[in-house]
Every structure is written in structure tokens, then in C-alpha cells.
Design a protein. Structure first.
Length: 156
């Protein structure tokens, strides 16, 4: 990776949101050795037109779903930085699970989650920022959020 993740955020003009706090009885992240497991996160309102709530195929288009997934990525990065001090300590994204709030006839879940995956590749590079991934649809998510993603990172 030619540029560090922290420098890359600046180059991209990305300011991370304030890290979220648990909404129930769980931890935002658990570190075990050099692995950090991030709990499911929802989207943060990155811009006034960032879709946070709704169902893909009903309230949201594929492109709006992708924007929501990207916003979830920003939220995950904020938690990750909060937990380890700097994104420069990330060795690689290992695995992600993306859940898309969608109608039963919406089948583009992987394309929605690409909004998140593309952000990770932009920040960490193609090798370290692209990991194993699952993308599935569900009929509801907490608070009617559009996307929820959990992730596992290898860190220093």
C-alpha cells in the first residue's frame, strides 16, 4: 500500500463520524489477539442525502442502497479507529457480512454491499481492503435501517 489508510482518508476528503455506542447489551468491538471483530453497524448520515432508513426495492433504489452501505463503512471505520487508535494499524480486512433491508423480489444485495466494499478498497488498497464477504437480504433491520454490516479485521 503506497499511502497509509489515515493519509488516504485525507486524500479522499473523508471525515469519519463520532464512533457509535452500543444500543443494547453488546460491545461495539472485541479484540482477540491480532483480530478485531466489529459488531453490526448501521449507516451514519454522511451527507444530507445519504439514505439511512428504508427497504431496497420499495423505498430505496440500488444506488441509494449502495450509498447507505458506504455510510455503514464510515461508521465501521470510526469504531475501528476508536478501538485501535489509528487505521494505519490495520493489516487487512478479513471478512464482512452485509445485510440489506429489502423486498422479497430485490436480488441485488451484493451490488448494494459493494458501496461498503469499494470504500474499504479505497481506504486500505485492493489487497488489504478486499476480504471475504457475504451479502444477504432480510425483510427487516433494527429501526428500519437500510443496511447493517459486521466485519473482522487483522490488526497490529
Amino acid at each position: 500500500m503506497a499511502t497509509s489508510p489515515e493519509a488516504r482518508l485525507k486524500e479522499l476528503g473523508i471525515t469519519l463520524p463520532t464512533p457509535g455506542r452500543p444500543m443494547a447489551k453488546y460491545k461495539m468491538a472485541v479484540r482477540v489477539g491480532n483480530m478485531i471483530y466489529l459488531s453490526g453497524h448501521g449507516p451514519v448520515k454522511a451527507t444530507p442525502d445519504t439514505p439511512v432508513n428504508g427497504r431496497c426495492g420499495q423505498d430505496l433504489t440500488l444506488e441509494q442502497g449502495k450509498l447507505s452501505a458506504r455510510a455503514v463503512g464510515l461508521n465501521l471505520l470510526a469504531t475501528l479507529r476508536d478501538q485501535i487508535g489509528s487505521l494505519d494499524k490495520v493489516k487487512r480486512l478479513v471478512k464482512s457480512l452485509g445485510l440489506v433491508n429489502s423486498t422479497s423480489d430485490f436480488f441485488d444485495h451484493p451490488k448494494v454491499i459493494n458501496g461498503y466494499s469499494e470504500l474499504m478498497a479505497e481506504v486500505f488498497g485492493e489487497e488489504a481492503g478486499v476480504g471475504a464477504r457475504s451479502a444477504i437480504g432480510t425483510n427487516a433491520l433494527p429501526g428500519n435501517i437500510a443496511v447493517e454490516i459486521e466485519a473482522i479485521f487483522e490488526v497490529e
